[in-house]
Design a protein around this ligand. Structure first.
Ligand SMILES: [Zn+2]
Length: 348
């Protein structure tokens, strides 16, 4: 394994950002190559600690000559967001200088060719970071962008064009659900990673591109990290990046597979305090109460209730218990298209 450090000059004098890149050289030029990055939204760390738990397995494989395909790993993908604190609260989702989501507005290329990357000489620092991350990921068949939700089950966003070819990956990782999206996502890293393959019109059977949502933002603990690392390792073995005869091939994927349009986000009808009736993983029936928003405490009519618009599974819920009117409260994975379906975009 070799470590290098990427450096990005800041927008002002005297400021630069650095992040480490860990690389394994594969022994087989024909084997699939994998790129893993975590914490693009800088405060989302389940993927960072999963990578930490994965490394001893990869180092052992390297020592035993079992790394076939090259691996490029970026455990802290966003040193800019990492440094953003406002009044003591970490702000790792949007760049404070441009107000742009760190997982939007990546360059979209018509083929996976470094020559097509934009010139970032006069770009803002967050645009420089995005071009650098995309450049690091180019040339890899497997691109995993590790994120997390607020509170939730483990799930994947997958481009619909790559399904069901990626079912083995979902099974290997042991996620609960796969959300299929198509079209535009605001140029999230996932879209920027799959776009060159789709635009070039080549075969897609080796291509794995996904945004991995590793549960909730507070699910950062040793046992979970080791479980997620084992899932990543199974995926790498299943796709031939790492050789390990002791790892069985993944069986069929047994989780929920649904188009993005089937998600009900359930905006809060009032501002106030949220009392949830459900948690991630719960099955609900149409008409079940999901939450009560206490907006005039102690007063007649001071509660607003939120009911399930269809049968489904609770995938996520917000971790805070204070809400504005209109803030989304949960992701309900329904069987049918949501009447509130948001156009195409990934949530992360
Ligand atoms: Zn994220």
């Amino acid at each position: 394994m070799k470590k290098s450090v990427e450096r990005i000059e800041g927008d002002t004098e005297g400021v630069a950002y650095e992040f480490p890149v860990l690389r394994f050289e594969g022994s087989d030029k024909a084997a699939p190559r994998a790129y893993l990055q975590a914490a693009l939204h800088a405060g989302e760390l389940p993927g960072t600690v999963a990578i930490d738990a994965l490394m001893p397995m990869l180092l052992k494989a390297e020592a035993e000559g079992r790394i076939l395909g090259a691996l490029t790993i970026v455990p802290w993908a966003n040193p800019i967001g990492r440094a953003q604190y406002q009044f003591g609260d970490h702000q790792g989702r949007f760049h404070s200088g441009t107000r742009v989501n760190f997982n939007r507005d990546f360059p979209l290329m018509d083929r996976p060719d470094p020559a097509l990357l934009p010139d970032t000489t006069h770009a803002t620092v967050d645009q420089k970071l995005k071009a650098r991350l995309l450049s690091l990921s180019l040339g890899h068949d497997i691109v995993l962008d590790l994120h997390c939700d607020d509170e939730g089950l483990p799930y994947l966003y997958v481009p619909a064009e790559l399904w069901p070819a990626m079912a083995d990956c979902a099974a290997a990782m042991g996620v609960a659900a796969v959300l299929l999206w198509q079209g535009e996502s605001g140029a999230a890293f996932e879209e920027a990673s799959v776009h060159p393959h789709l635009a070039a019109g080549g075969p897609l059977d080796r291509v794995v591109v996904t945004t991995v949502e590793y549960r909730g933002v507070a699910d950062v603990d040793r046992a979970t990290a080791e479980g997620d690392a084992a899932g990543l390792y199974r995926l790498l073995v299943a796709r031939g990046v790492v050789a390990d005869p002791s790892v069985p091939a993944p069986g069929p994927f047994k989780g929920v597979v649904t188009p993005l349009e089937n998600i009900d986000m359930m905006p809060a009808p009032q501002a106030g305090a949220v009392l949830y009736d459900v948690k991630p993983g719960d099955r609900v029936k149409k008409g079940d109460r999901l939450a009560t928003v206490v907006h005039r405490p102690g007063e007649q009519g001071g509660h607003a209730e939120v009911f399930a618009p269809q049968d489904g599974t609770i995938l996520t819920r917000r971790s805070h218990r204070i809400t504005r009117a209109g803030d989304d409260l949960v992701k309900l994975l329904g069987r049918a298209r949501s009447t509130d379906a948001r156009a195409g975009a990934l949530e992360d």
